[in-house]
Design a binder for this molecule. Structure first.
Ligand code: PLP
Ligand code: COI
Length: 340
């Protein structure tokens, strides 16, 4: 199969239309079988539930070319499971996770020509999503839904690749206690748009959101969980019911313990202790692990000892091990890497 003529190394995190996408419709209480289509347009009622009351959820995953030329994806069952949880919380019908995995693999396979080659620094981003498609005017869940999966080749999420980021503590909240921060609902991202535009205007790469009730604890950024490394080499990640349970973060905690022999702890992380950490990173499918060099707390700069020129040593080991597992140069735990 011949690859598309794309300058893979120059790709940023943007949308490039690929040849096929998967579409399945939910009507009269059941999902249809679904098809691959070349039509990238979505045609829905002007009054569709998603357009009026933001009834939409999504997932993010990647396909990789391994060192020996296979095309694989990473832990798709966990994305399927998380999408089931997101659907339940927004009163949407569940798209069963086994069907989800099949649809994802089928869509990647159909767009094989867009999966960037091994070593190019790019990957094929996969975006499964679902939305309420029939007219809804009273505030209630839709009766009809569409589940879709599209793909787009991407480079690094943050410009500059692995250059350490400068982030700020945000005065805006992302998620409420007992709200929807723990699911992947479009509404959480709409919430974050003003905060990110404002952060960029002020010269910051991202926002560090705090817990909305006490504003003393670290939650996450708009699109990634936090990982910290203590000065004695322990990996720490914030525990909260209002952050997205990142698959990358859960995998990295296991990698830290089982591959690197490090202690790894999920616990509440207080703003007060930020200055004590040795390293900080943002982890997620899009972010992979993006190092943070500086955190600004209302004018007070917290400079991580790992500095502004490269990733800290523990972050680097985590990054190399995770990407090695994803690209097939390091043996993966059972079930993590699924061939397309
Ligand atoms: N947190 C938020 C808000 C996200 O959007 C994402 C991206 O999916 C993550 C964390 C990381 O999750 P994952 O590692 O499953 O991609
Ligand atoms: C992902 O990492 O897949 C996400 O969904 C984050 C998004 C903000 C790009």
């Amino acid at each position: 199969m011949e690859k598309k003529n794309i300058d893979w190394a120059e790709l940023g995190f943007g949308y490039i239309e690929t040849d096929y996408r998967f579409v399945s419709n939910y009507k009269n209480g059941a999902w249809d079988e679904g098809v691959l289509t070349e039509d990238s347009n979505v045609v829905i009622s002007e009054c569709a539930g998603v357009l009026q009351y933001a009834q939409t959820i999504f997932e993010g995953m990647k396909a990789y070319t391994t060192a020996d030329g296979r095309i694989v994806t990473f832990r798709p069952d966990l994305n399927g499971e998380r999408m089931e949880n997101s659907a339940e919380r927004l009163e949407m019908p569940v798209y069963p996770k086994d069907e989800f995995v099949k649809a994802v693999l089928k869509t990647i396979k159909a767009n094989e020509a867009y999966v960037p080659p091994y070593g190019s620094g790019a990957t094929l981003y996969v975006r499964p999503y679902m939305f309420g498609s029939n007219p809804v005017i009273g505030v209630k869940p839709a009766d009809e839904y569409q589940f879709r999966v599209f793909t787009t080749p991407v480079g690094p999420y943050f410009k500059g690749g692995v250059k350490p980021l400068t982030i700020r503590i945000s005065d805006f909240d992302r998620a409420a206690p007992n709200g929807t921060g723990h699911i992947k609902a479009g509404l959480n991202y709409a919430m974050s748009l003003h905060a990110i535009v404002d952060a960029h205007k002020q010269g910051y790469d991202e926002n560090m959101y705090l817990d909305a009730s006490s504003r003393t604890k670290v939650e996450e950024t708009g699109g990634a969980n936090f990982l910290f490394v203590t000065r004695d080499g322990k990996v720490v990640t914030p525990k909260s019911d209002s952050i997205l349970p990142s698959i990358t973060r859960r995998s990295l905690m296991q990698v830290a313990r089982e591959y690197l022999g490090l202690e790894a702890e999920e616990r509440e992380v207080y703003v007060e202790e930020l200055a004590d950490f040795a390293e900080c990173g943002l982890c997620g499918t899009a972010a992979v692990i993006s190092p943070v060099g500086k955190i600004v707390d209302h004018g007070k700069e917290i400079c991580l000892p790992s500095g502004m020129s490269e990733m800290g040593p523990v972050t680097k080991k985590l990054y190399d091990t995770l990407t090695g597992i994803q690209m097939g140069t390091i043996k993966a735990p059972e079930g993590w890497v699924v061939e397309v």
